[in-house]
Design a binder for this molecule. Sequence first.
Ligand SMILES: C[S@@+](CC[C@H](N)C(=O)[O-])C[C@H]1O[C@@H](n2cnc3c(N)ncnc32)[C@H](O)[C@@H]1O
Ligand SMILES: Nc1nc2[nH]cc(C(=O)O)c2c(=O)[nH]1
Ligand code: SF4
Ligand SMILES: [Mg+2]
Length: 214
Amino acid sequence: MYHVKEAFYSLQGEGARAGRASVFCRFSGCNLWSGREQDRAGAACRFCDTDFIGTDGQHGGRFASAEALADHLVALWPMDSTRAKPYVVFTGGEPLLQLDEALIEAAHARGFEVAVETNGTLPVPAGIDWLCVSPKAATSLVLTHGDELKLVYPQAEAPPERFIDLDFGHFFLQPMDTAPLAAGGHHLDATVAYCLAHPQWRLSLQTHKITGID
Ligand SMILES: C[S@@+](CC[C@H](N)C(=O)[O-])C[C@H]1O[C@@H](n2cnc3c(N)ncnc32)[C@H](O)[C@@H]1O
Ligand SMILES: Nc1nc2[nH]cc(C(=O)O)c2c(=O)[nH]1
Ligand code: SF4
Ligand SMILES: [Mg+2]
């Protein structure tokens, strides 16, 4: 059984593929935070901007098979657009708690290219086409290669220097959005300054928040 908080069609907001039309599948649950505000201060990941509890979001639900979930996701892709390859981004919560080879195969069988957004603490199933790893300070990274490493910045216990020699095709810093968590706004200025001083890193803005889309 797959538990999905929500699924929606939008533009990828972040990283190397920002701007690309995507079906998002947000799985329920995470291994680094319960998702409850009262647990945030004691969690391994404390800055999360996402509600991933339950299955009550738009197009969320419980799916008994990979086929059923893949059918549900492909129905969100605009099928008149034959020129673009359908693209699905599995996120969460932590998608690698639930994503398996059966679901990747079912997505491929429906024409999808498969992308994943993960915290990097869990092993990956075979067949992923685009892997984005976003390391979290208090955790040990098991995924040390992939397509893009997207570090939320700043994290005192996870300086960018620790990751720059890993085997990724792109290195992004994404300013930590603290607006819902505390006063003080975001960390855009510090992130820009780091990228200017260390040109191996590129700036990732959460463009869906700027444009006001999902
Ligand atoms: C909600 S997470 C879900 C996927 C996975 N659990 C992970 O952490 O990569 C999706 C992306 O949002 C980033 N993110 C979460 N909270 C953020 C925040 N407050 N500011 C900026 N990026 C954030 C994560 O680092 C990750 O790259
Ligand atoms: N538009 C949009 N792009 C995204 N890229 C990664 C997201 C995520 O929450 O994993 C996300 C999201 O929630 N919305
Ligand atoms: S690992 Fe990802 S989903 Fe889990 S709490 Fe952190 S940012 Fe949120
Ligand atoms: Mg998000």
